[in-house]
Design a protein around this ligand. Structure first.
Ligand SMILES: [Zn+2]
Length: 302
């Protein structure tokens, strides 16, 4: 009996130490947004540690890396970011990191013809590509290939996981088409706090208007609010939406403006535009985020 106890103890000690040494040498993958972290984790698999810098409610347009973030990025084996200037304040740090490791823009292989150009710019594009599921699907091979380059021993498992995600996203895209099509065409108008939904509108045939521009860096003014109030009164739009990564007061000002002029409009719900939701939000994965947004929009506009 005493011998057995010793054997168990030795087993535990040996087991623990080999486990912790494995953890120390475990590769670290860093991403900017949660949408990218979710997809990279799914392709890399459970043996890889994937950390997103931008948690729930964090606005990527305004995000500045802290000292701790920079340390994490510096110790990462590979870094994935959106690109197309979504992470406008991280350009310099990402450039610096690319001197010593693989730093990959997941949007890099998307045909520019599929991108929405920014007004007055010839080679600058709307970065919110995850709103068109079919476009976001095109980031899968970019991630898969970059992972295989950094960790060649697991290339077969990356390939298998990527194929699975590709099929899930293909199904999700079809589901969004069907859901939005169930809203009568004249009611397919979406007003949000900032212009994040351009790709969504284009892909799923819904008119979109944002109170603020493509980036939240530019401030909105009284004129923007009045323009939105006019639009709502003219077109009898039923609902406007708040976004988790943008302060609510802008949309609340629009609702108050409509009511002051005798109109009615409601807040149709909260959308996850530029960040995933927290662990209990029902929107903590990309697929759940899309499902939550589409269900919220369809319910409010129908
Ligand atoms: Zn945005």
């Amino acid at each position: 009996m005493k011998n057995l106890l010793w054997m168990v103890l030795i087993f535990l000690v040996v087991g623990c130490s080999s486990d912790s040494s494995k953890k120390a040498s475990q590769p670290l993958i860093m991403t900017t947004t949660g949408m990218i972290a979710d997809l990279v984790q799914n392709i890399a698999g459970p043996d890889y540690v994937v950390k997103g810098l931008m948690g729930p409610g964090v606005d990527p347009h305004l995000f500045k890396a802290s000292q701790g973030d920079i340390q994490n990025l510096a110790s990462a084996d590979i870094i994935f970011y959106n690109g197309l200037h979504l992470e406008g304040k991280m350009t310099e740090i990402l450039e610096k990191m690319s001197a010593s490791k693989q730093v990959v823009a997941v949007s890099s292989e998307i045909n520019p013809a599929r991108l929405i150009p920014l007004q007055g710019a010839s080679s600058a594009y709307d970065p919110h590509i995850w709103f068109n599921v079919e476009l976001w699907r095109q980031t899968i091979p970019v991630i898969q290939e970059a992972l295989a380059e950094s960790f060649p021993k697991d290339h077969a498992s990356f390939e298998k996981n990527a194929a699975k995600m590709d099929s899930l996203y293909a199904d999700l895209h079809q589901w969004v088409i069907e859901q939005v099509a169930s809203v009568p065409e004249t009611q397919r108008k979406l007003i949000t706090a900032h212009d994040a939904f351009g790709y969504f509108g284009k892909a799923y045939d819904i008119e979109v208007y944002g109170l603020q521009g493509i980036s939240t860096v530019a401030e909105y003014g009284v004129n923007d609010i009045n323009r939105m109030v006019d639009l709502i009164l003219d077109t009898r739009i039923r609902a406007v939406f708040v976004e988790t990564s943008v302060p609510q007061r802008s949309i609340e000002a629009v609702v108050a403006g409509v009511r002051a002029r005798g109109g009615t409009v409601n807040i149709g719900g909260t959308l996850y535009s530029d960040a995933l939701g927290g662990p209990d939000s029902g929107a903590d994965t990309y697929i759940d985020m899309v499902r939550h947004n589409v269900q919220t929009i369809v319910k409010a506009l129908k």
